[in-house]
Design a protein around this ligand. Structure first.
Ligand code: SF4
Length: 337
């Protein structure tokens, strides 16, 4: 167990956690909504510090991140627990597992950085389950990683508070955030959370200089109306910038959401075209393998800069961070140092 950061003692042994926007008030012997932050005798602990459930060397495109160290691998780690309770969770076997039931193994921050470097990765990603609730561990490992020239990635639902995000800022390079929908109703009913804090944290991440990419899983009947998608795209263009890569991914029935089919590719293509029309420079489709809308095109001349097939990338007309054909500057991070 590791004492938590980002909490206050409110008296009578009660603590308030300020790591995510649930801001749980936790009595002695109890844990917060995420299940991994526990009040023991008036002190809050993160019980998954240094405990991992999954470790892999992934193409960074799998996060998905298309404009942060493209064509490289990322040393990827996950633990257990989540502060959201999404009905369609694709990683429910680790996000919904209690710490005492999980098969976890120890990995010190220093060892994690060594393993990342030893496996030839250019970055470390905290992914598979929500990294916000792993705050102290990611902060320690990320600080070491940055000092050694590695990139750092959060694959997050974006419910982190302002104070916790500011604390991460010196070490966090990329913020890959889910924008699950553009209605508070969806966030409340499907995830057990609220929309506005997610938007506020994404805008703050940009202000703090992190590289941002968004992912929206387009779910038939829940968030697939063109009106809602258009509002979402307009918000991203206005608050995160038109150069923000937005990924629109196909839904597949999973976990508790099996009452509907997958997303028709035509719906995703329509959203892609709308995003382009509204001025977004880099929309992408996801979960639709071998589709031309997975490629990166020069927004000025249309040349293929990076061609993708699944998670494999082939560099075509990208020269550093410029289009070789027309010289257009492309917003893409090639070096994390
Ligand atoms: S991280 Fe969020 S869900 Fe977990 S205890 Fe803190 S405020 Fe509650």
């Amino acid at each position: 167990m590791h004492e938590a950061r980002q909490y206050t003692k409110t008296g009578d042994g009660i603590v308030t956690c300020s790591l995510c926007n649930h801001r749980c008030v936790i009595r002695e012997g109890r844990h917060g909504i995420c299940g991994v932050r526990v009040n023991e005798k008036g002190t809050l602990y993160g019980v998954t510090y240094g405990k991992i459930s999954a470790e892999a060397v992934d193409p960074i495109e799998k996060k998905p991140l298309f404009h942060y160290l493209p064509g490289t691998t990322s040393y990827s780690l996950g633990s257990v627990g989540c502060n959201f309770h999404c009905e369609h969770c694709q990683n429910w076997h680790i996000s919904r597992t209690a710490v005492e039931d999980a098969r976890l193994r120890d990995l010190a921050p220093e060892e994690g950085v060594q393993r990342a470097r030893g496996s030839g990765c250019r970055s470390i990603s905290w992914t598979y389950n929500e990294p916000t609730i792993w705050h102290e561990y990611t902060l320690d490992m990320g600080t070491l990683a940055r000092a050694q020239g590695l990139g750092t990635v959060y694959v997050t639902n974006g419910y982190i508070t302002e104070e916790a995000l500011r604390e991460l800022a010196p070490m966090l390079g990329a913020y890959r955030v889910d924008l699950k929908a553009f209605t508070d109703d969806f966030y409340r009913k499907v995830c057990g959370a609220k929309l506005q804090p997610v938007l506020d944290s994404a805008a703050l991440a940009r202000e703090l200089g992190m590289h941002i990419e968004t992912v929206t899983l387009v779910i038939p009947g829940l968030n697939d109306s063109m009106e809602e998608q258009e509002q979402l795209i307009r918000w991203v263009i206005g608050h995160l910038g038109p150069e923000t890569p937005m990924h629109f991914s196909a839904f597949h029935p999973d976990y508790k959401m099996t009452d509907r089919g997958g997303t028709p590719v035509e719906t995703l293509e329509k959203i892609y075209r709308k995003a382009k029309e509204l001025g977004l420079r880099f929309p992408y489709l996801g979960n639709v393998y071998h589709h031309e809308y997975e490629n990166t095109y020069c927004p000025a001349c249309g040349a293929i800069l990076i061609e993708r097939q699944g998670f494999a990338s082939r560099f075509r007309e990208l020269d550093g961070t410029q289009c070789r054909k027309c010289g257009e500057k492309i917003e893409i991070v090639r070096d994390a140092r």
